[in-house]
Design a protein around this ligand. Structure first.
Ligand SMILES: [Zn+2]
Length: 273
């Protein structure tokens, strides 16, 4: 009996020591959260930038796996739109076509010893499923600015990214600044159908030229609000790597926002299906 009592006391003592140790470690470990001073907001003409994005959305740059020349006129029109929208950038950077309509810009940095970086986006968009045009709250390629949004295919994926990069670099160059390191901008034209003509050709080109990048920033995820429980501030979702892929054909028609469950047992709440 005495032995059991001693064992229980020893176990409890160990448990208490463990809890104290964990608590001490928790409170003594400093936060690794970087304290970064917010940058000063710069003046951006949002109305003009939204109009430029809207104009880009109106160009139906739908890529095709089978036909490299599909919608060639739309891609050419987009190239011309970029040229007129960002004159300072086009005067400062070298522009090349990769794999047809992929756009590679090289903006030389002042420090030739600094490793270059690459900013990526894609020009192409996916098609509209035939017959669903009327289901869009705004026509799919309207590029209209309404209710505080730019509407249309590509407004988010991925012309927003492409145009934001160029809006930023145009402002940067207009301020008289020069980049320290060389920046490559690459805007693929077949990302939605695999990227073999654009991204792959560029990777091969960089390999051949011995280009070693400090980092690559590509299409990422979003700044979202209200999707993480307990977080009342906007959260920037950071994609750390590209996943593999799986191709599926899914078809569904329903009123957006309404949950339906066909096989739900009668006595079960909707969450059980
Ligand atoms: Zn995309």
């Amino acid at each position: 009996m005495k032995t059991i009592k001693l064992i229980v006391i020893a176990v409890l003592a160990l448990l208490a020591a463990l809890i104290i140790g964990l608590l001490a470690k928790t409170f003594l470990t400093p936060s690794k959260q970087l304290q970064v001073k917010p940058v000063n907001a710069i003046a951006v003409d949002g109305t003009a930038a939204a109009a430029r994005l809207g104009a880009a959305v109106r160009l139906q740059t739908i890529s095709s796996a089978a036909d490299p020349e599909a919608n060639a006129d739309a891609f050419k029109a987009l190239h011309a739109h970029l040229e007129t929208s960002f004159p300072k950038f086009h005067a400062a950077a070298k522009r090349e076509l990769i794999g047809g309509y992929g756009l590679l810009y090289t903006l030389a940095g002042t420090d030739s010893a600094a490793k270059p970086i690459a900013l990526l986006a894609h020009q192409d968009v996916v098609p509209i499923a035939p017959g669903t045009e009327k289901d869009w709250s705004q026509p799919p390629f309207s590029g209209v600015v309404a209710d505080g949004f730019v509407w249309g295919r590509g407004a988010w994926d991925n012309k927003s990214n492409l145009m934001s990069q160029l809006e930023a670099i145009e402002l940067f160059l207009a301020s008289g600044a020069k980049p320290n390191r060389t920046i490559y901008f690459f805007f693929g034209h077949d990302e939605e159908v695999g990227g073999r003509r654009g991204a792959l050709a560029l990777a091969e080109r960089f390999k051949k030229d011995g280009v070693k990048l400090d980092f690559v920033l590509d299409e990422g995820t979003l700044i979202v609000e209200g999707i993480l429980k307990g977080l009342d501030k906007p959260a920037a979702l950071i994609g750390m790597a590209e996943k593999g892929y799986l191709t599926l054909l899914l078809q569904a028609t329903a009123t957006p926002g309404i949950h339906r469950c066909r096989h739900r047992p009668r006595n079960k709440p909707p969450s059980g299906c």
